[in-house]
Design a protein around this ligand. Structure first.
Ligand SMILES: NC(=O)c1ccc[n+]([C@@H]2O[C@H](COP(=O)([O-])OP(=O)(O)OC[C@H]3O[C@@H](n4cnc5c(N)ncnc54)[C@H](O)[C@@H]3O)[C@@H](O)[C@H]2O)c1
Length: 345
């Protein structure tokens, strides 16, 4: 199997995690890094790859078959466009851009050029999500009626010492809920409209710290999401899945999805049903949805390699990333205006 050569742009928090994931991925190798920050020299030397100060120089070196774009969110559109113009397949970290128009331009350019564009919603690569999707798609829950996502945790005080983290656009809706709503879209379907309320009552920063969202899916199901980064609680993806070893893990659930034949809670993967007759008088039985092991970042890198080498369709395309950021934008607009916001088909 030919090894696909990857370059990483942006040697920050997530760029360094991708470097580790690529090292473990089958059929992939890291061959270059680009970052203008002087601190990146140490990262490149530890990884034993050449360092470039720009994305363009890295592409021109001919050392890469694909790029992981891990720069700050507002730079995703421009960096992605540079890759597409050079015919270079690119995985853009999530969110695909904070600006919906920039994201749309990028997706349209990639589709017109026929260059693979992927979005780094890596949680879709988690085997527990693949298992839940298989349960839903084979009808184990019947017709989906409602879904709920929780993201409650406490970001410590010093997190907000960095000025941009106190400003609008840097809050848990764009940073964290984007992951949860992407999974709701993936598992249940497209969202038709949203109504959101947000609050900054505890810290008083310009950015929201809490937000509650109600939404309806185009297939008729209803949804709720509840996000806050100022609550001490165990119910978030971070603190329930163990996906990122930096967070202490609990055995709680953060998502519930229910249908006419049963319900599943995640990440436990417990599927609840009434085997004899559907009724509140009947005992509920529970089984665990079967799933494989695997690190989603490694699985994502392996899929990106297959997209380039074998022409496989991306699990999370640029257009999927765009639909998720359109949904997040609708949540923010609804919270700002107090009105229900409808998404275009
Ligand atoms: N998938 C996830 O779970 C996840 C987790 C963390 C961050 N992210 C996303 O990844 C992106 C980066 O976040 P981060 O926390 O790693 O940020 P970061 O600030 O830690 O790292 C960003 C890096 O980009 C570099 N950079 C800036 N301008 C550049 C340029 N022109 N060319 C090359 N490099 C440049 C910076 O020097 C820095 O090293 C954000 O969009 C964020 O939302 C995703």
């Amino acid at each position: 199997m030919r090894s696909v050569r990857f370059g990483i742009v942006g040697a920050g928090l997530i760029g360094r995690r991708h470097a580790k994931a690529i090292a473990q991925a089958e059929g992939a190798e890291l061959t270059a890094l680009a970052d203008p920050d002087p601190r990146a020299a140490g990262v490149a030397s530890d990884l034993d790859v050449p360092l470039f100060s720009t994305l363009e120089e890295m592409i021109q070196s001919g050392l890469c078959d694909g790029v992981f774009l891990c720069t700050p969110t507002a730079m995703h559109g421009d960096g992605g466009m540079a890759c597409i113009a050079a015919g270079m397949p690119v995985l853009v970290e999530k969110p695909i851009d904070s600006d919906v128009l920039a994201a749309r331009r990028l997706v349209e350019a990639a589709e017109a050029a026929g260059v693979p564009l992927l979005t780094g919603h890596h949680r879709r690569h988690n085997p527990l999500i693949a298992a839940a999707k298989a349960e839903i798609d084979r009808g184990a829950l019947g017709r989906i009626v409602s879904a709920h996502a929780m993201f409650w945790l406490m970001k410590p005080d010093d997190y907000f010492d960095v000025p941009w983290r106190r400003q609008k656009g840097a809050g848990p809706v764009l940073t964290n809920l984007a992951h949860d709503l992407d999974l709701m879209r993936y598992l249940v379907g497209e969202v038709a409209s949203v109504y959101a309320l947000s609050s900054n009552a505890v810290r008083g920063n310009p950015v929201e710290e809490s937000c509650v969202v109600t939404f309806d899916f185009s297939n008729g199901a209803l949804g709720t999401a509840n996000v806050s980064d100022t609550i001490v609680a165990p119910w978030s993806w971070e603190i329930t899945t163990g996906e990122n070893p930096a967070y202490p893990v609990t055995q709680e659930s953060c998502y519930q999805i229910g249908g006419t034949e049963g319900a599943i809670d995640l990440p436990s993967g417990r599927v609840w049903s009434n085997p004899a007759m559907r009724s509140w008088w009947e005992p509920l039985t529970v089984r665990h949805s079967p799933r494989a092991a695997g690190d989603p970042l490694v699985l994502q890198a392996e899929q990106f390699a297959r997209v380039i080498r074998d022409g496989e369709a991306p699990l999370v395309s640029g257009r999927e990333g765009l639909r998720t950021i359109e949904l997040i934008d609708a949540v923010l607009r609804s919270a700002e205006s107090g009105a229900r916001v409808y998404l275009e088909e």
